[in-house]
Design a protein around this ligand. Structure first.
Ligand SMILES: Cc1ncc(COP(=O)(O)O)c(C=O)c1O
Length: 464
């Protein structure tokens, strides 16, 4: 349907190049224009209401109308709307936020560097590691190992860490020196009869073989999300990270925890690293750091990493890295207020309670559904994976776009959902969601699932 001339939709089609969009389809279908938000809900320009089951992009942790965050930004704008942190300049929001993050870190950390997005933070961490290893006299130790289906962003190096085909195809990525080991997904990838522990052992052995094949003296770091987000909300098998970390320690390979989704209570603990038993050397966070009201990300580094960077910078005279907006005072002030709100409202206690409800409801409603192969998650992050055949765990052909069609039905039913690889539908609502709102959200999901069931039956594309 062609939108009316000069409507927002028509002007969007005419001028906007959207992230993560099929541009030719967009010319036909146009955008969903969201114009305001309240609590866990957003409203389109016709006034239709939607529950945001993914908090936008796993990020609007305090919902869409938090006045305290608006006030924090306004106050900081009036006081000092911009200053930078180059050449040892500083300001109070940057100092306060650095201190707060170091105090809250899951393992001993020494310093904080700020960027504007998860991708930039991951790129910065890669550069820190390369720089450090050059500075301390081991220039050959540069290779990075990440995981298939891991998501770490889209800038050149971050996209090279990412292990999803759509981020590499036609982009000439990954760049040299980036390697990927297996996805730790027991449901699909365990051998017949293999326990979670045995699967975890096998994956740790795979990592060790990879390090030995490349040469331990050439491998610098291992990158992982505690729970894979965009790859489909994949929780590792029991005991996975302790086994992985033992291998990394043996070969002096740094562990970088990408907490861009898992950080700030999403998994039921302050950090996903705590939920999954990880002691990172470097931690990357963003998104819920500022409840996403303004862009800001951070890289926390251990004393050892800091010492390496300090060594290099004093030999050259500067550390030649930093963004104009590194530690920008306005997003930093919003982040400080966000962290205060988390503490004051005991958002952790809330997530534990509502998260347990969401997990129980996901399983009660969908585990036996003929189209759902697996229900997974913890805290306020979860997924249902759609399958064409529950018995054989066979996914739908991606060309059938079953997940995409389900999200369209969801929009009609008033819930914004996210379909990922293998038609996994992710849930990561604002952390402030109530149990009643979880139920309402899942009622709308269930209705949409019943409707897609009618479609796949009609098309005879599923064993249902
Ligand atoms: C785990 C993880 N790392 C990094 C990123 C990239 O963040 P950004 O989109 O802010 O660059 C994302 C984004 O979703 C993410 O989920």
């Amino acid at each position: 349907m062609t939108p009316p001339r000069n409507s927002n939709a028509a002007r969007d089609i005419a001028y906007a190049l959207h992230p993560y969009t099929d541009h030719k389809a967009h010319l036909q279908n146009g955008p969903l224009v969201i114009s305001r938000g309240k609590g866990v809900r957003v409203f389109d320009e016709q006034g239709k209401e939607y529950i945001e089951s993914v908090a936008g992009l796993w990020c609007a942790s305090l919902g869409f109308d938090n006045e305290r965050l608006v006030q924090a930004a306004t106050d900081q704008m009036r006081k000092l709307p911009f200053y930078h942190a180059f050449t040892a300049k500083s300001h109070e929001p940057l100092i306060d936020l650095s201190e707060m993050l170091i105090e809250r870190a899951p393992s001993p950390m020494s310093k904080v560097f700020f960027a504007n997005s998860g991708s930039e933070a991951n790129d910065s961490a890669i550069k820190m590691i390369w720089y450090m290893n050059n500075a301390i006299g081991r220039p050959e130790k540069k290779k990075i190992i990440a995981r298939l289906k891991g998501y770490h962003g889209i800038t050149l190096a971050a996209a090279s860490l990412t292990g999803l085909p759509a981020n590499h195809k036609l982009f000439d990525l990954p760049i040299a020196g980036f390697h990927h080991v297996s996805t730790p997904h027991h449901y699909h990838d365990a051998l017949p009869g293999e326990s979670e522990e045995d699967f975890a052992t096998r994956l740790a052995e795979e990592l060790e073989q990879k390090i030995l094949a490349e040469g331990p003296e050439t491998v610098a770091a291992f990158w992982a999300e505690p729970i894979m987000g965009a790859g489909g909300v994949i929780l590792p098998p029991k005991g996975y990270f302790p086994k992985i970390q033992a291998v990394l320690k043996k070969y002096d390979v740094l562990f970088v925890a990408d907490e861009v989704i898992c950080g700030f209570w999403r998994t039921g603990n302050y950090w996903g690293s705590q939920t999954l038993d990880i002691q990172p050397d470097i931690l990357v966070c963003a998104k819920a750091l500022s409840a996403s009201y303004l862009p800001i990300s951070a890289v926390l580094v251990s004393e050892r990493v800091f010492q390496g960077i300090a060594e290099g910078s004093s030999s050259i005279g500067t550390w030649g890295h930093g963004f104009t907006y590194s530690g920008h005072p306005v997003p930093a002030a919003v982040a400080i207020e966000t962290l205060k709100i988390y503490d004051e409202m005991d958002i952790g206690g809330h997530v534990k309670k509502v998260g347990a409800h969401m997990q129980a409801q996901l399983r009660a409603r969908f585990a036996d559904h003929p189209l759902v192969g697996e229900v997974r998650g913890t805290g306020l992050i979860g997924a249902i994976e759609l399958v064409a055949d529950k018995a054989t765990k066979k996914n739908f052909d991606p060309a059938q776009k079953v997940g995409g069609r389900l999200t369209k039905l969801g929009e009609a039913n008033g819930v914004i959902m996210r379909a990922m690889t293998n038609d996994s539908i992710g849930f990561s609502p604002p952390l402030i969601i109530s149990e009643e709102e979880v139920d309402e959200m899942l009622n709308r999901v269930a209705k949409s699932l019943d409707e897609i069931m009618v479609q796949v039956r009609r098309e005879s594309i599923a064993a249902v």
